[in-house]
Write a protein that binds this ligand. Structure first.
Ligand SMILES: CCCCCCCC/C=C\CCCCCCCC(=O)N[C@@H](COP(=O)(O)O)[C@H](O)/C=C/CCCCCCCCCCCCC
Length: 217
C-alpha cells in the first residue's frame, strides 16, 4: 500500500525571519543556501492561499530548483554565496549578458528574478505592517507589484498577477496564516523581519549593479 502523502508543513513567519537572519555573513556575503530556504518558506505561504497562485508558485519553485542544482552540483563550492557565484559565473563566461543564449539557467539570471521579487516582498510587507485593520491586502499587493516586479513582466503576466491579487484574503485572515499570534505580534515581527530582508536586498542589488547584471535577459 502506498504511504500516505506527508501534509505540507504550515507556514511560519518566525521561520522565515530566522532564515533571512542566516542569509548574511559577517562580511555581508549572501548565503545562497539560506536565501533559497527563505523563499521556500515564503512559497509555503503562497501555496496556502490556493490554486489561483499556482502559476506564481510554480515559477518560484522552478527558480529554486535551478539554484539547488547549482548548490548541489559539481561546482557547489562556487555557489556558497551570491558573491562567489557571480565571480565564478562571470569569470567562466557562464552568464548570458545581453541576449538569451547558452546559459538560460545561470545562477546569476535565476537569482536576479528572485531578487526582484524580494523588492516586491519588502514593499508589500511594509504596507502590511503599517496598514490599518481594514487595509486591503489586494491593493497593498498590487501597489507593491506595480512599483517593482511588474516592470519586468510582459502584459499577460501582469494581467494574470492582477487577477490573482483580487482574491487575496483580507488582513485578519492573512495575519492568521502567518502563525505568529495577535495582530500586534504580527506587526512587531514584520518590524523585525523588514530590516533583514531589506539588507539582503540592498547587498545583492549593489553587487549586481557593480557588475552590470541588473538587466540580465
Ligand atoms: C511574510 C508573509 C507574507 C507574504 C508572503 C508572500 C509569499 C510570496 C511567495 C512567493 C512570491 C512569488 C515570487 C515570484 C517570483 C517571480 C519571478 C519572476 O519574476 N518570474 C518571471 C520571469 O521569469 P523568466 O521568464 O525570466 O524566467 C516569470 O515570467 C513569472 C511568472 C509568474 C508570475 C509572477 C508574478 C509575481 C507576483 C508576485 C506577487 C505574489 C503574490 C503573493 C501574494 C501574497
Amino acid at each position: 500500500m502506498a504511504a500516505p502523502e506527508a501534509p505540507e508543513e504550515k507556514f511560519s513567519l518566525r521561520e522565515v525571519l530566522d532564515t533571512f537572519k542566516l542569509c548574511l555573513s559577517e562580511d555581508k556575503e549572501v548565503y545562497v543556501e539560506h536565501y533559497v530556504a527563505g523563499w521556500r518558506g515564503l512559497i509555503k505561504f503562497l501555496n496556502s492561499l490556493g490554486s489561483v497562485f499556482g502559476f506564481i508558485s510554480k515559477d518560484a519553485v522552478n527558480k529554486i530548483k535551478i539554484l539547488v542544482t547549482h548548490l548541489e552540483g559539481e561546482n557547489s563550492s562556487e555557489y556558497v554565496t551570491v558573491q562567489s557565484m557571480v565571480k565564478y559565473e562571470l569569470e567562466n563566461e557562464l552568464v548570458d549578458l545581453n541576449k538569451r543564449g547558452n546559459h538560460p539557467e545561470s545562477g546569476c539570471r535565476t537569482l536576479l528574478r528572485l531578487h526582484r521579487a524580494l523588492r516586491w516582498l519588502e514593499l508589500f510587507l511594509e504596507r502590511l505592517r503599517t496598514s490599518g485593520e481594514d487595509g486591503k491586502t489586494s491593493v497593498m499587493c498590487a501597489e507593491a507589484y506595480n512599483e517593482s516586479l511588474s516592470q519586468h513582466h510582459p502584459w499577460v503576466v501582469r494581467k494574470a498577477a492582477g487577477m490573482a491579487f483580487c482574491v487575496l484574503p483580507g488582513r485578519p485572515a492573512f495575519f492568521e496564516v502567518m502563525n505568529v499570534g495577535t495582530p500586534e505580534q504580527v506587526v512587531a515581527m514584520l518590524g523585525d523581519a523588514l530590516p533583514l530582508i531589506s539588507e539582503v536586498y540592498q547587498v545583492t542589488e549593489e553587487l549586481y549593479a557593480q557588475h552590470n547584471l541588473l538587466d540580465l535577459p
